[in-house]
Every structure is written in structure tokens, then in C-alpha cells.
Ligand binder design. Sequence first.
Ligand SMILES: Cc1cc2nc3c(=O)[nH]c(=O)nc-3n(C[C@H](O)[C@H](O)[C@H](O)COP(=O)(O)OP(=O)(O)OC[C@H]3O[C@@H](n4cnc5c(N)ncnc54)[C@H](O)[C@@H]3O)c2cc1C
Length: 382
Amino acid sequence: MDFRLDEEQQALRESVREFAREVVAPTIAEHYEQHTFPYEMVRQMGKMGLFGLPFAEEHGGMGGDYFALCLALEELARVDSSVAITLEAAVSLGAMPIYRFGTEEQKAQWLPKLLSGEALAAFGLTEPGTGSDAGGTRTRAVLDGDEWVINGSKAFITNSGTDITALVTVTAVTGTRPDGGKELSTIIVPSGTPGFTVAPGYSKVGWTASDTHELTFDDCRVPAANLLGERGRGFAQFLRILDEGRTAIAALAVGLAQGCVDESIKYAKERQAFGQPIGNYQAIQFKIADMEMKAHTARLAYYDAAARMLAGEPFKRQAAIAKLHASTVAVDNAREATQIHGGYGFMNEYPVARFWRDSKILEIGEGTSEVQRMIIARDLGM
Ligand SMILES: Cc1cc2nc3c(=O)[nH]c(=O)nc-3n(C[C@H](O)[C@H](O)[C@H](O)COP(=O)(O)OP(=O)(O)OC[C@H]3O[C@@H](n4cnc5c(N)ncnc54)[C@H](O)[C@@H]3O)c2cc1C
């Protein structure tokens, strides 16, 4: 068991760290304040190859693996989570379903632009009436000749309404299974298809420089060939995508937790109270020591989940543990980092205010903490 990074992994981590510090840190606060999407950063991340990290070179990828993506997400989130979630959703939820389940034609049509970051894809699973209970999907798709006719709506879909969004993969009920249950399938809906409407962006508590919309489908017609993978395999497909995604969200949460440590150390050394830096007080040192312990153990949890995934072993429980633990740790560290900053921690000009606002969604998105506990308990035979 060796969790040390090899030279290539260290080089990737260093280059993303430098990008986060030199490019993201100086300007992200303005995007966050104005709720604007950081197109220029996305363009630069595309040039760095980040959108192609876990994909084979034959499809325009970088030939890396899912762990490489996690390392990049951790380093980005150490500085900002809107940028990190934009990459996470684009790769893990957007391009990955096409890479894993698409036909050769679908891969050839979409992957080159998605893997270069020139275009983004979104993943439309959640609906206004159902999230955790994804089997409760109400969006329907009916085959009419050689077209699917889609009706329904999706809620909270990341990267679905940017100027460079190319498509959304939509889960829909396409029939009834022999056992009477819903037959769920996944269909590719290109942006701009008539009948596909993207609502204005939500007003969010955090991740305000990322792109999130409600989507509606009103007699929206796409070719029958836009079915992604086998008909009726929609449920199995998104379970696989979400197991991987949980590992990626855990990495993102570790980044935020570590960013809280970074900012707290810096501030504790500068801020004076009662004649000396607050970092001289053991009460502050112990807070920071606990924060570091939590970030470290959460990192080991996602390294473990990713290692099992790459070895082709079952990793569902480990991914749920990593996501549950890392998101809890992110919220804890954001709260403590804000406390260490005192009143300035409540001011948006300090990065910890962003960390605080961005941390809570980590306990909700890609499966709430309750859902992670359900997965772990089920895997333990309960
Ligand atoms: C900013 C943002 C971006 C998102 N991006 C995407 C995206 O790109 N694509 C996508 O498909 N979705 C996306 N989501 C949706 C996200 O995955 C869901 O919000 C999440 O899965 C929870 O679903 P819900 O909001 O419907 O909550 P609900 O499922 O309604 O849950 C409400 C509460 O009930 C609890 N609960 C539910 N069932 C049980 C149970 N059986 N036992 C105990 N407690 C239970 C939940 O844990 C939660 O606390 C995004 C959400 C946000 C906020």
C-alpha cells in the first residue's frame, strides 16, 4: 500500500496548483460576486488538457485516469469550488456517460470538443419533484417513428446553459419493465433543439460562478440514434456514473478543506490580539491541527476509493464513505476557518467566506449525506 504520488502525478498537481494560484485566485472573487461564468479560465483549463484527463488518447483525451482528475479537482477547489465543480461536472457527469456508453458515432461526434474543453456537456438526472429517489423520474420519452419525443423537466443541472454547452444527457422513462417497474433510458439532447428550454440561472448560496439551470422539454424531438447505450439501462448507467462522481466530489471537498487550512494559517500568523499573533494561542493552533487532520484523513479516503476503482475492484462503499466524510470535513473546516478569521471571515472579500458558502452543497449534490449512509448500510447487508 503506497499512497505517495509518482512523478507524473506530482507534476500534474503542481501545474494545477500554479494555475489555481496564478490565474483563478486573482479574479474568481469578481466572478463570484457578479455571478458570471469564468469562460477564460475554462478555455485555459482546456488548453492544459484538464477536460481530457481520464480519457484515452484515441478519443482526444490525455490518456490519464480518474485519479488524475481527482488530483486536479482537489487543487482547484483549494482555491475555488465554482471552477472545480465546472470541471467535475463537465468530465465526470458530462463527457463520461458518452465515453462509457456511447456508440462509436456518438463518441466521434461529441468527445473531441468535450475533451478539449471547447464544449461542455451536462447530466440531467434530478427533477423538480425527485432527486434522491431517482427511480421516481417523471420525464418521459416516447419513440415516434425514428425520433424520441421528450416531455418533462430537470432541476439544478450544472453546465447546462453556458454559451459553450453542447448537449445534456437526459434520463427519461421510456416504457414499463416486464416486472411492472419503470424502464429508464438515457438520451442525448443537443443544445438548441426545438422544445428544449433552459430557464435563467438559479440564485444560489454558493458556487455562484458555476452554471446551474432548470430545463424543460416540451414535445422535444431528437433522432432515435440519440439513445445513449442500451434502452432500459438508464438506471444502471447513472449508478455507475454517480459512484465515480462521488469520488470526484470527495476530492473537491478535500481541496476546500485544505484551502481552509491554508487561509487559516496565513491569517493566524498576521492577525494580532492581546499583543501577539492569534496563531500563538493554543486554542487557534488546535483548531488548525484538527482541520489538517480532517483534510488528511478525507484525502486518504478518496485515494482509497480511487485506487479500488482503478484496480477494477468494487468501490461503491468506499466512494460513499469518502464523499460522506470529505463533505462533512469540508463543512467543519469552513466553519472553523471562518471562526479563526473573526468578523473578517463574514466578509465576502476573504476566501474563507466563499469556502463557507460553497461547503454546504457538498453534503447535498451527487447524493446527500443520508443517501451515502443508505449506500454504506446497504453494502453492509442491512
Ligand atoms: C448547485 C447544484 C448543482 C447540481 N447539479 C446537478 C446536475 O448537474 N445534475 C443532476 O442531475 N443533479 C444535480 N443536482 C441535484 C442534486 O444531486 C440533488 O439536489 C440531490 O441529489 C438531492 O436531491 P433533492 O434536492 O431532490 O433532495 P430530496 O431527494 O428531496 O431530499 C430532501 C431531503 O430528504 C432526505 N431524504 C430523501 N430520501 C431519504 C431517505 N430515504 N431516508 C432519509 N432521508 C432521505 C435527503 O437526504 C435530503 O436531506 C445539483 C444540485 C445543486 C444544488
